[in-house]
Design a protein around this ligand. Structure first.
Ligand code: HEC
Length: 152
């Protein structure tokens, strides 16, 4: 009988402990969901830094070329390959790949001018490009590259 009394005494405490545990688990789940939903953001919303590029470039899959070629899936692609776009000779004949590094070289101010970048990429000291862009600050360039890389 004393045993029963003791367990009665502890019963509410036990429930309380269980409830606490449930709450903790729920909170943990919440935290996990939080991180998971933060991840697709990479592929989702366009960062404001992309406004450096969107006046001249469409970025949606299959969208019409503007002043410049469509940039959907550009990272990993060879230069000068967007159908229906009239590239400058340098780009048309270009054999370089738009790796993240090469695109960084093109748009990031810290590496110098666009012309210098195209000369490095083509290996032609006289190369020119139709693109007019004064370059983005390093942080902005990284945001642009992250976003372009997520477009697949
Ligand atoms: C004022 C217009 C303009 C702006 C702003 C601009 N571009 Fe361009 N871009 C062009 C043009 C025009 C070309 C074609 C170059 C050529 O044929 O010489 C081009 C070409 C490119 C290419 C080569 C694509 C390929 O298929 O080989 C990439 C990559 C590119 N731009 C990225 C960017 C990014 C990223 C930004 C923003 C940071 C940007 N551009 C801003 C006009 C622009």
């Amino acid at each position: 009988m004393p045993y029963l009394k003791v367990s009665f005494l502890f019963f509410p405490l036990f429930i309380f402990a269980c409830e606490k545990e449930t709450v903790v688990i729920l909170e943990n789940k919440g935290a996990v969901t939080g991180t998971v939903s933060a991840m697709p953001q990479k592929a989702g919303k366009m960062p404001k830094q992309m406004r450096h590029c969107t006046p001249c470039h469409s970025i949606k899959k299959g969208a019409k070329n503007k002043i410049g070629p469509n940039l959907f899936g550009v990272i990993g692609r060879e230069a000068g390959l967007v159908p229906g776009y009239k590239y400058s000779r340098e780009y048309k004949e270009g054999k370089w790949l738009w790796t993240r590094e090469n695109l960084d070289l093109l748009i990031n101010k810290k590496y110098g001018t666009l012309e210098e970048a195209v000369r490095k990429l083509t290996g032609n000291p006289k190369a020119r490009t139709k693109m007019k862009f004064y370059g983005a600050a390093d942080e902005d360039a990284q945001k642009i590259l992250d976003y372009l890389e997520s477009l697949k």
